[in-house]
Design a binder for this molecule. Structure first.
Ligand code: DOR
Ligand code: ZN
Length: 351
């Protein structure tokens, strides 16, 4: 198969940043996504509908001329989030979730939640109005091995949370382990998960290939091959509660190539070709459309996109970097060959 045409995908987890950085990256996502769910971990975080409204306007203003992509937002959950804010978010329509960052778990999570129990009334309101909670599923306990943080999170936080509030709709974000796949499989229809291209294509060896490789560092960190195989099995099977969320997370080159480099992998310009490569590696290209374009929309209860996009087998070399504000961002696969490419001029008309 040298061509794959699919319903236009949505990216249910992407970091667009702000200001000049936003302007540099948003077009890369808009080029192939119908909807882009922008993460709220700005500085300061997007914690209210009023802040989200302003950010939404900045994203729309930064979209390239003629882009038909719809930005959606998620609000940053804090221990101060009010029940009123949940209902206001629900009313807004384009706020489609709250994001739970355990305090200290990742980039700009200082304002995150220390004790999720303190958010119980807010979580209850989310369950009532059907607004999903997106979770960054890692414990922050420094005594827990960095590679075990997702598995411990399931036992210590996620399973108890769903026991307390079984009606809460949850998206387990950027899952990386066999334990997370098993958890989502046994959970009900209200629990879904996003999977990134890097966690389908790489194991943790990529971080140390001939030296330390900062551009393969993200959180949750890449895991062992055994886990990658389980993620691939879940998507190859076409399980409807696993869907596309790139977690594309740009950082200027100097903040990655540093003594203490930032977590985040930039994949937005090539994410769909990367997913195609991953699916093809397990003879599952036919399942790409469900994962990329159907299951996320179904989970978020929005209509699937009407138009289509075509991927062609057409080898190309990924640029060494892309402009990023007054810096540059190094993408995943920089300088390397890619097998698949988006045949952008075949995009059909539609809403
Ligand atoms: O690698 C990551 N980068 N993981 C996250 O959870 C946040 C993200 C970012 O914002 O850079
Ligand atoms: Zn993220």
């Amino acid at each position: 198969m040298d061509r794959v045409t699919l319903t236009r995908p949505d990216d249910w987890h992407v970091h667009l940043r702000d200001g000049a950085s936003l302007a540099s990256v948003v077009g890369h996502s808009a080029a192939w996504s119908g909807r882009i769910l922008a993460m709220p971990n700005l500085k300061p975080p997007v914690t209210t509908v009023a802040m989200a409204q302003a950010y939404h306007a900045r994203i729309r203003a930064a979209l390239p001329e003629g882009a038909s992509c719809t930005p959606l937002l998620s609000l940053y959950l804090t221990e101060e989030t009010s029940v009123e804010e949940v209902w206001a978010a629900h009313q807004a329509g384009w706020v489609v979730a709250f994001k739970y960052y355990p305090m200290g778990a990742t980039t700009h999570s200082e304002a995150g939640v220390r004790h999720l129990a303190r958010c119980q009334p807010v979580l209850q309101a989310m369950a009532e109005c059907g607004l999903p909670l997106q979770v960054h599923g890692e414990v922050t306990d420094p005594g827990v091995d960095v590679f075990a943080r997702e598995a411990r999170f399931i036992e210590r936080e996620l399973a108890p949370l769903l026991e307390r509030l079984p009606e809460l709709r949850v998206v387990f974000e950027h899952i990386t382990t066999a334990e997370a796949v098993a958890f989502v499989r046994q959970a009900g229809a209200g629990v879904g998960a996003t999977i990134t291209p890097q966690h389908l294509l790489y194991n943790r060896n990529a971080l140390f290939q001939g030296g330390i490789r900062p551009h393969y560092y993200c959180l949750p960190v890449l895991k062992k091959e055994r886990h990658r195989q389980v993620l691939l099995e879940a998507v190859a099977e076409g399980h409807p509660r696993f869907f596309l969320g790139t977690d594309s997370a740009p950082h200027g080159r100097s903040t990655k190539e540093a003594a203490c480099g930032c977590a985040g992998i930039y994949s937005a310009p090539l994410a769909l070709p990367l997913y195609a490569e991953a699916f093809e590696s397990v003879q599952a290209l036919a399942k790409l459309e469900g994962f990329a374009s159907h299951y996320g929309a179904d989970f978020y209860r929005v209509p699937r996109n009407k138009d289509q996009i075509t991927l062609v087998r057409h080898p190309w070399t990924v640029p060494d970097s892309y402009p990023y504000g007054d810096s540059v961002v190094v993408p995943l696969r920089a300088g390397e060959r890619m097998e698949w490419q988006i045949e952008s001029d075949t995009i059909s008309q539609g809403s």
